[in-house]
Structures are given as structure tokens and as C-alpha cells.
Ligand binder design. Structure first.
Ligand code: SOE
Length: 411
């Protein structure tokens, strides 16, 4: 089925600027938690922030016709379909935004790039290293035709983290020695929590590793500009069987009476060597009671440190080791001021941003890149690098190896 007619009946586009050269026509694939975030962001970016091209929400695709039709209405899409291929084939769409489970990323991205659409693909880029390689090769070939692509590591767009990156880039931390990164959640701590898609390898690729660890690996690189060259890892699945899900949405679901096997990791821990001699440690888990979205990252350099916790996402802790010892201490920078990254476009000083705004900032960066014809970051090649690290973690954990090199191909 499909809803190729307008869901709103009045025939007007939602920005009043339909078809003009100043619009960017979007097709979104996926209508889960990420589909909702991306819909909100595409809707609001042209209103909240000044952008050179205003997005037009042309169509949304999802596999369940009932809920995709509902999503189209609720989230402001002009039409819907239960077959993503029709979106890729439409000539009134400029950008394909992929928010499906990882199992579909490669197939959709390859089809969209071949059809000449710009692509935004959620993280992690793919479910396997082989898929990520193929996608990156296709993205590089498409870039030569002016077709751009980006992988959706949204946390790069948190103002406090972008500020941390600027401080490192300005040399305020001196020589980088440590990256200490953890991503802690607790939403599957209950062994009766159902077997949702994020717990099945064929859909998600991996568990806490790819869902949470991927963000940390990307951020360690984003903050320091250094990549991981080798690592040692352990992964664990604490609850091996769970009730099958009878319905699921976002990070919740209803449990049935039958049970099935969890086929992904519940937690991953690894330590790594980075380019330039820094040492990094990582921990990703969904079994940390009380930690809801505690993505914490600290960087220590010869001249100072920065520390961040997403549960206080508007704050950055900064320690300047070169300042007068008697007065030294971590300062708490509120990254809410117009001179901080992204804040030029938002509220008056001090009002702060939330999780959803990281996606609005992401759309802003992508739109600006497309308008300028410049490659956006993070690129598919950056996503491939992360995938190479995830694969090395899995290899190391499987073989209990003391050391696993990160494939140079991905570097
Ligand atoms: C669920 O663990 C989740 O929504 C992840 O999929 C996101 O990538 C992370 O940002 C928040 O938690």
C-alpha cells in the first residue's frame, strides 16, 4: 500500500516554498525512535535555525503500513509508502535519510547513491565491515558526481562536545595522553525485558558495542583527531534468553510467553592504542542500573583536561593545568552561549539545548554542506573506520586475544 496523496489535504507544502530552488526534498526510511527524532529535526531546522535550503518532508517509508501512515500524519510527511524502493525511485526527492535497523543500511544506501540521492545514514554505518567497505566505495564514487553522504553520529553536534573538540584543536590540552570513555544505560537490566530488534544480531549487527560503543569510538576520534590502531577487548551477554517481543517501539516493548536467544553482546569493554601515542579505554553497557544515558568522555593532555557527561549535556568541565596552581580547579563551562558551537542559531544565552537539538544541528550541517557542494562530516569513510574498530573488538573478544590490530584498510 501507499499514501501517495497528501496526508494533510490542503495541498500546501509545509514550508510554503514548494518546488523552489531553495528547498531540499527529503525522503525518510524508518519510523521507529530514530524516524521520530529525524522527522522532528527535519521539520524544525528550517524554523529554528537559518538554513540555505529549507527541507520539504516529501515522503516516509516503513515496513508496517498501518504505523507508517500514522507516522506520516503525526510527523508532517506529505506521503508514505511501505516499500522504501519507491522512495529511492522518486525524482522529487533529493536526500534519502536512513533510520532503519542496521540490517537494511547497506542495501538502501547503495540504491540511493546509485539513484543520485544524497544520503544520511544512521550509525553504526553498517552491520558488517564488508558492507561498510562497499558503502564507502559507493559514497566516494558518488561524491565524484556531486552526490554527498554522511553518517549520523549525532553527539558530535552537542555544543559542549564541539567546544571540547575546539579546545583540543587549539592546543589548550597540549599533548593528548588519555581518552576515557563510557556509555552506560540500564534499559535491559530486567531479564524479562523482551527480545527487541536491538538484541538480535541479524537486525542490529551487535549489541551495546555497535549501539553505544560506536558513539564513543567516533567521539574519541572527533575530539582528538586520533584514530585507534589496535586494541584488546572483552564482550559479555549477561541474559542469554528473553521473552519474545509481541510489540516494540523505541526502547520498550511487550513481552510474550515464548522465549528466544539474545544474539548480541550486552556489554563491551576495550582498551586501545591511538595514533600519536595516547591510550584510550572504552566501556559500553546496558546493565548499569541508574545510568540512563550516561555517555561520559574525558580527555587528558599535558596541559589540561576536558570532561563531559551527556546526563548534563549543556556542561563541559575544563581544567587548565597551566594556570596558577593555588587557584586551579575544574571549571564548569555552560556551553549555552552564542559564542559556543551551534548556539549562534538558538535561544538567548543560558537557555540550553536537549537531545533532539543534536539532530537539528546535524540537519543544519548537512544542509549547509549540500548547499555549498562540500563533503559533510562524519563521512562514510569515518563510519568505516568506526566499523573497523567494532570488528576488531569482536575479533579480540572472540579469540580472547591480547592484541588485535585495527584493519589498516579502514584507516
Ligand atoms: C539506545 O541505546 C539509544 O537510543 C542508541 O541507539 C542511540 O544511538 C543512543 O544515542 C541513545 O541510546
Amino acid at each position: 500500500g501507499d499514501g501517495s496523496g497528501l496526508v494533510s489535504g490542503d495541498g500546501e507544502s509545509n514550508n510554503g516554498n514548494s518546488g523552489g530552488s531553495s528547498t531540499l526534498r527529503i525522503g525518510l526510511i524508518g519510523h521507529g525512535f530514530m524516524g521520530r527524532m529525524h522527522s522532528l529535526a527535519w521539520q524544525s531546522v528550517g524554523r529554528a535555525v537559518e538554513v540555505p535550503l529549507v527541507p520539504e518532508l516529501i515522503a516516509i517509508a516503513g515496513r508496517n503500513p498501518g504505523s507508517v501512515a500514522k507516522a506520516a500524519r503525526a510527523w508532517g510527511w506529505q506521503s508514505w509508502t511501505d516499500d522504501w524502493r519507491t522512495l529511492v525511485a522518486r525524482d522529487d526527492i533529493d536526500v534519502i535519510d536512513i533510520t532503519t535497523p542496521g540490517a537494511l543500511h547497506a542495501e538502501i544506501a547503495l540504491a540511493a547513491l546509485a539513484a543520485g540521492k544524497h544520503v544520511l545514514c544512521e550509525k553504526p554505518l553498517a552491520n558488517t565491515l564488508a558492507e561498510a567497505r562497499e558503502m564507502t566505495a559507493a559514497a566516494e564514487e558518488a561524491a565524484a558526481r556531486g552526490v554527498l553522504s554522511m553518517v549520523g553520529f549525532n553527539y558530535r553536534r552537542t555544543p559542549a562536545l564541539a567546544l571540547a573538540r575546539d579546545l583540543v584543536a587549539q592546543g589548550r590540552l597540549g599533548e593528548i595522553r588519555h581518552v576515557r570513555a563510557v556509555y552506560l544505560q540500564d534499559w535491559i537490566n530486567d531479564p524479562e525485558f523482551p527480545l527487541v530488534w536491538r538484541l538480535r544480531k541479524e537486525e542490529a549487527g551487535s549489541g551495546a558495542l555497535g549501539d553505544l560503543g560506536a558513539h564513543l569510538v567516533d567521539l574519541a576520534y572527533f575530539l582528538t583527531g586520533r584514530r585507534i590502531t589496535g586494541l584488546s577487548a572483552r564482550t559479555r551477554t549477561f541474559v542469554e534468553e528473553r521473552p519474545l517481543a509481541t510489540s516494540a517501539s523505541g526502547l520498550s516493548g511487550a513481552a510474550g510467553s515464548e522465549r528466544g536467544r539474545v544474539t548480541v553482546d550486552d556489554a563491551a569493554v576495550f582498551f586501545a592504542d591511538c595514533e600519536g601515542g595516547a591510550l584510550a579505554t572504552f566501556e559500553a553497557t546496558r546493565f548499569a542500573p541508574g545510568r540512563k544515558n550516561a555517555m561520559r568522555i574525558e580527555v587528558n593532555g599535558s596541559e589540561g583536561s576536558v570532561a563531559f557527561d551527556f546526563e548534563a549535556m549543556n556542561e563541559l568541565q575544563f581544567y587548565d593545568a597551566t594556570s596558577d596552581a593555588a587557584g586551579a580547579g575544574f571549571s564548569r563551562i555552560l556551553a549555552t552561549e552564542p559564542q559556543h558551537p551551534y548556539l549562534d542559531a538558538w535561544w538567548p544565552p543560558g537557555h540550553g539545548l536537549g537531545y533532539d537539538h543534536t539532530f537539528v544541528n546535524q540537519k543544519r550541517d548537512l544542509i549547509e554542506a549540500i548547499a555549498a557542494g562540500k563533503a559533510p562530516t562524519p563521512s562514510f569513510a569515518d563510519g568505516l573506520y568506526v566499523q573497523g574498530v567494532l570488528a576488531a573488538v569482536e575479533d579480540s573478544a572472540r579469540n580472547r586475544s591480547a592484541w588485535t590490530a585495527v584493519t589498516q584498510e579502514a584507516l
